[in-house]
Design a binder for this molecule. Structure first.
Ligand code: C5P
Length: 233
């Protein structure tokens, strides 16, 4: 059940709360991204934690190592179960992020949130990617950043389900691969490019799938979440 993470992409607390209550026991893990976090900050995290839910705080931090480390320390205190930084922020930034999270968690006597690195956004296709002038193709970039993140002590990556199998081969079994860009067969792609079905993502080696609009904008979100979970079993 924890393999499904529902993206709460709302611009206010009330709509997010309504969605969580509607989904009830069918969903355990939620992703709070920048839209909702900028709208209501720690309130949504408290709301989720009070209901026994897990929280992936998807704020995609990227800044100088000192700034990211201090931000990670604050997010650990807020109660995130998982948080992320951009892999292109570099090795020093990633190492400082992990160190700050683990130090803060130890001081608080809590288990440390998982820290994962964003590789290449799932909305990017090769056409868009070539214009930002990285030297690698998308799969090469994903694997390179995954290996760098692993060498810096991170717990895993956010990556496209299309590259999950390559990352699994490169990074071994004990590495989280969280894949957005997941669409049940026939669902609208919206702005996503490099997508797979929920079962395809898991088959490719994803440990968690992130699904937003196909659940949150469905006529019956709970039924949609249950259908996705059923397809994973
Ligand atoms: O609605 P949809 O299922 O496309 O939502 C995907 C979620 O995953 C969004 O919240 C988006 O910000 C996030 N995400 C992504 N691609 C990444 C990292 C995060 O789509 N590489």
């Amino acid at each position: 059940m924890e393999r499904l993470i529902v993206a709460l992409d709302f611009n206010n607390l009330a709509d997010a709360q309504k969605c969580v209550l509607e989904l009830g026991d069918s969903v355990v893990y939620y992703k709070v991204g920048m839209e909702l976090y900028y709208a209501c900050g720690s309130e949504i995290i408290r709301f989720l934690k009070d209901r026994g839910k897990k929280v992936f705080l998807d704020l995609k931090l990227q800044d100088i190592p000192n700034t990211v480390a201090h931000a990670c320390s604050v997010l650990t205190e807020l109660g995130a179960d998982m948080l992320n930084v951009h892999g292109v922020g570099g090795a020093k930034m990633m190492k400082e992020a992990v160190k700050a999270v683990r130090t803060k968690a130890e001081a608080l006597g809590i288990s440390a949130p998982k820290v994962i690195a964003v590789t290449v956004l799932t909305s990017m296709d090769e056409g868009q990617f070539s214009r930002v002038k990285y030297r690698n193709s998308i799969p090469e970039q994903e694997v390179a950043l995954a290996k760098l993140a692993q060498s810096c002590g991170l717990d895993g990556v956010v990556a496209s389900p299309m590259e999950a199998a390559m990352i699994r081969r490169a990074c071994g079994e004990d590495f989280l691969i969280v894949t957005p860009g997941v669409r049940p067969a026939g669902a609208a792609l919206n702005d996503q490019s490099r997508v797979a079905t929920p079962e395809g993502a898991i088959k490719n080696g994803a440990t968690h799938i992130v699904v937003g609009r196909p659940i949150t904008q469905a006529e019956n979100p709970a039924a949609s979440a249950k259908a996705i979970l059923a397809s994973l079993n």
